[in-house]
Write a protein that binds this ligand. Structure first.
Ligand SMILES: [Zn+2]
Length: 406
């Protein structure tokens, strides 16, 4: 069923790409969008102010981690995740399923749910679809996810089929358990790399009915060509009028490919994790900042980037900070990588709107720069507005000064 919270503004004539607006309880998100990952209630090294500055519109929180520490009740007491972490824009939480299933021998799956031992202190926990919704309701994200099983690869056909069918039953239970109209509950499509299972999963999940649909179980170790094939098959099957979210993917090229298949939302730890490991996305390709050739390189990390890091610091300095394991290295490199991803998505939206996406989709650097032009224009118009506001406020401050003098 079409959901009025998502509006498609324009669909590309040559690919499945589209631009849209997704309305949430904490504001509107422009799609296609990348969501920086804030696993434990923080996008590592970034303040909410930093995230707003680089153009983040929605971030992701991890239910499993926040449930274990500090505990969802504490986040709820704080007034929800937004208030707890001082982030005013939209948040999406995953259901915890992916992390729980990644625990391997530490967990037992039954029809009822999953029992697992905490990797922190060995304590026993049980998460069912209902419990996952209860936890996500307490965290208070704008978009929450059904509790699904994400089977590890390789899994045989029968296991994938049974797992996908259980995820469908869990999806129905999640929908039944969820009662907060301020949180949109998205369904998740599974089925491994088996097209017939993906098709059934899409049809049955859409039958249950959700305001948005995610593709899970991709980018879990399979060959990239197989991932692309499964994505290109599955994404066009999703209900057209709803937002499509590709979970845990990927590189800048993966994002462009996903958009061309009709994906609207992405999340991935890659820009933040790679930054902390000294691996940077630039318009000239990947830069490994620890490389000796940057020792006396006093040029910016990316000559075409307008981020704070590239506008103020050299490769030589960033290399030095990184090798010394200085906290500032993590921060500056994270800001650049996230800025790269967010600019790329702005550029993609711009290109779709102008009808040039199909032409530019092979050139990530050009799309990223296109996103920066748009950002620069916005910043300039914001500066003009700020200036005019300052002028308007002048009389007030003069009055204050006069009062103070009296
Ligand atoms: Zn930069």
């Amino acid at each position: 069923m079409a959901d009025n919270k998502f509006t498609i503004l324009h669909t590309d004539s040559q690919t499945q790409a589209r631009i849209g607006k997704l309305r949430t309880a904490h504001g509107v998100v422009n799609t296609p969008i990348f969501m920086p990952v804030g696993t434990r209630g923080t996008v590592k090294t970034c303040t909410p102010h930093d995230l707003v500055e680089i153009g983040a519109e929605i971030i992701l929180g991890n239910t499993y981690h926040l449930y274990l520490r500090p505990g969802h009740q504490i986040v709820q007491q704080a007034g929800g995740l937004h208030k707890f972490m001082a982030w005013k824009k939209p948040v999406l939480t995953d259901s915890g399923g992916f992390q729980v299933f990644s625990l391997g021998p530490l967990r037992t799956i039954t029809e009822e749910g999953v029992e697992f031992r905490s990797e922190i202190d060995g304590s026993k926990h049980f998460i069912s679809p209902e419990r996952s919704i209860e936890i996500q309701n307490a965290l208070g994200a704008d978009i929450i996810m059904i509790f699904d099983e994400c089977p590890s690869l390789p899994s045989d056909y029968n296991y994938l089929k049974e797992s996908m069918e259980m995820t469908l039953r869990w999806a129905a239970r999640c929908k039944e358990a969820h009662g907060n109209p301020n949180q949109q509950l998205f369904g998740i499509v599974q089925g491994g790399m088996e097209k017939s299972l993906r098709k059934i999963s899409v049809e049955k999940t859409a039958e249950i009915g959700f305001p948005g649909y995610a593709i899970g179980g991709l980018s879990v170790g399979e060959e990239k060509s197989l991932m692309y094939e499964t994505l290109a098959y599955t994404a066009p099957l999703l209900p057209k009028d709803s937002p499509h979210y590709l979970m845990g993917v990927g590189t800048p090229e993966d994002l462009v490919y996903g958009v061309s298949c009709g994906i609207d939302m992405f999340d991935c730890v890659m820009p933040t994790r790679n930054a902390r490991n000294g691996s940077l996305f630039t318009t000239l390709g990947t830069v490994k900042i620890r490389n000796a050739k940057y020792k006396t390189d006093f040029t910016p990390l990316d000559p075409h980037c307008v981020c704070h890091t590239c506008q103020n610091f050299t490769r030589a300095y960033l290399r030095h900070l990184h090798l010394e394991n200085e906290i500032l290295a993590h921060r500056l490199l994270t800001l650049h990588n996230l800025h790269f991803y967010l600019s790329l998505m702005r550029g993609i939206r711009q290109a779709i709107g102008r009808g040039t996406f199909a032409q530019l989709k092979g050139d990530v650097g050009a799309l990223m720069q296109l996103g920066q032009v748009q950002e620069k224009e916005k910043t300039e118009s914001r500066t003009v507005r700020t200036d005019s506001r300052k002028t308007q406020h002048k009389p007030d401050s003069n009055r204050k000064r006069r009062r103070a003098a009296i």
